[in-house]
Structure formats: C-alpha cells, structure tokens
Design a binder for this molecule. Structure first.
Ligand code: CNA
Length: 251
C-alpha cells in the first residue's frame, strides 16, 4: 500500500483540478454502516423487505416502513463524526487543488469536515418537505417529529413529510453540475463506492483525467473507463489516505 500511496501523492502534486466521487464506504469508519452488510442498517431496523424502504411508490402507500428505518439512520448520524479521509479531501479543497465532490452519501460528513463544493447527488436529510403542500421543515424540526410521531405530518395541511433523500423512482439531483465537474477535472478519485448505482456510476466516464479508485472489495467496471484508471487501491480508505498524507502533510 505504501507504494500506491506514494504514487497517489505524486499524482496529487501534479494535479490542479481534482474531483471526487464518494460512496457509502467513505463513512463506514465514521460509524455509519452500509445498508446491506452484516451490520447494515436494514438489518438493525429489522425490516423483512428492505428494498421497499427507498421505493417512492411504496413510500406514498405506506410511509411507516421508511420511518422505522429512518429513526435508526438518524441515531447513527447523531453519533457519527467525519473520518480522516473526509478531512483529507476538505484540506485538498482548501489548498486549491480540489474542484469539488460528488457524493452518493446522505450523511453530510463532507460538509462537516469543511468541504464547501459538495453535490449530494442522492439528496440529503437536512431538509424535509411536505409531500402535499411543499412546506419546508429544517433538520431539527423534522428530526423531533420523526421521534415523536410514527409518521411525521405537516402542521399546515396534514400531508406526510419526506426528507429530501432521492428515493428509487425519483430523479437524482445536480446531475448536470456533476458531469460538468468530472469534465473539468484533471484527476478523478472514486472512493468507497461499488459503482453499481446509476447514474452516479457513469460520472467518472466524463473525465479526461486519470482515475484513482480506492475501495475495499469489488467495483463494477461496467461504466468505468478502465484505460484511464491509473491506480486501483484495495485497502481501507482511512489507512490509505493517512499514508498519502504522510507524504503531502496536508493534515
Ligand atoms: P456501496 O454499493 O455500499 O459500496 C460501498 C463500498 O465501499 C463497498 O464496495 C465496500 O466494500 C466499500 N467499503 C466499505 N467500507 C470501506 C472502507 N473503510 N475502506 C474501503 N472500502 C470500504 O455504496 P455506494 O455508495 O456505491 O452506493 C450505494 C448507495 C448506498 C448510495 O446511494 C448511497 O447513498 C447509499 N448509502 C449511503 C450511506 C451514507 O450516507 N453514509 C450509507 C449507506 C448507504
């Protein structure tokens, strides 16, 4: 891993416009489990049919399934803190090296680490809206309602409230900006993603720069332009970026 970290550090030194696509693996060391793993949130919530949790059609029929899961997610988020890798990418932006981040995560840990230019392609939990009248609810209000009521309802019209997370069947957010970022990047990181969820998995293909993939386990190569993958690191994300940082001394 040390050799790969040195190679990565050299590439960062030469790059001027770095972009990052991050996924759930970026936050597992922060204590936010993935969805389907042995310790995953689907299992903790004790839900027999987890695929339906983020199905928008199902949400409109029965929002209670989503909310029983969401309460578990909110508890995990309360306890979570950004990891070394989150701080590393925030430091790259501060140094003027990083153009921006596309994240598939809804946990806002990039922002909490200090990153400014973050596109949450699958939305986030920080705002919620009434599905009937569109009234907005801030994080603290919607969180309180989520723990007080089985299904939080709008105080204006009684409609069901939904956090601004992108469900299956809903369009993703900021897609043009995400592809634009990839096009402008001269060096593209894919970190902690299996690259199976589209259209996020297609974004690296837009860059003309070299790509570095850091992920433990399998990464789908279906949309990945393999000729541009300069480095494929199969290691723990935080261990790897600590090694890279030993050479760059950003943190
Ligand atoms: P994924 O498909 O679950 O892939 C995550 C990858 O990260 C897997 O290949 C893991 O092996 C790998 N991984 C996990 N921990 C580490 C680690 N410490 N070091 C190195 N590799 C690691 O997740 P994707 O993000 O690719 O896409 C799936 C969904 C899950 C996205 O839409 C996410 O929004 C969604 N999700 C988000 C969160 C979050 O907000 N933190 C948590 C769980 C799921």
């Amino acid at each position: 891993m040390q050799q790969e970290a040195s190679q990565c550090a050299e590439m960062i030194k030469k790059a001027n416009a770095i972009a990052l696509l991050s996924g759930a693996g970026m936050s597992t060391n922060a204590g936010i489990p993935d969805f389907r793993g042995p310790q995953g949130l689907y299992k903790r919530a004790g839900i027999p049919d987890p695929e339906r949790i983020f199905d928008i059609e199902y949400f409109y029929r029965d929002p209670s399934l989503f909310y029983s899961f969401h309460r578990e997610l909110l508890k995990a988020l309360d306890a979570a803190k950004p990891t070394f890798a989150h701080f590393f990418f925030a430091a790259l932006e501060k140094k003027g090296k990083l153009l921006g981040i596309v994240t598939q995560n809804i946990d806002a840990l990039h922002q909490r680490a200090g990153s400014r230019k973050v596109y949450e392609i699958h939305g986030g939990i920080w705002e919620s809206h009434c599905t009937k009248c569109g009234k907005a609810f801030d994080y603290e209000t919607s969180k309180r309602m989520t723990f007080e009521e089985e299904i939080p309802r709008c105080d204006n019209c009684g409609g069901v409230i939904k956090p601004d997370i992108v469900f299956f069947g809903e369009p993703v957010k900021h897609i043009d900006e995400c592809f634009d970022l990839a096009r402008k990047a001269d060096f593209f990181f894919v970190v902690g993603s299996s690259l199976v969820v589209t259209p996020a998995a297609m974004i690296p293909s837009a860059t003309s720069g070299e790509i570095v993939v850091v992920n433990k386990g399998e990464v789908s190569e279906f949309y990945l332009p393999s000729s541009r993958v300069a480095l494929r690191v199969d290691a723990d994300i935080d261990e790897f970026f600590r090694s890279v940082n030993e050479e760059l001394k950003l943190l």
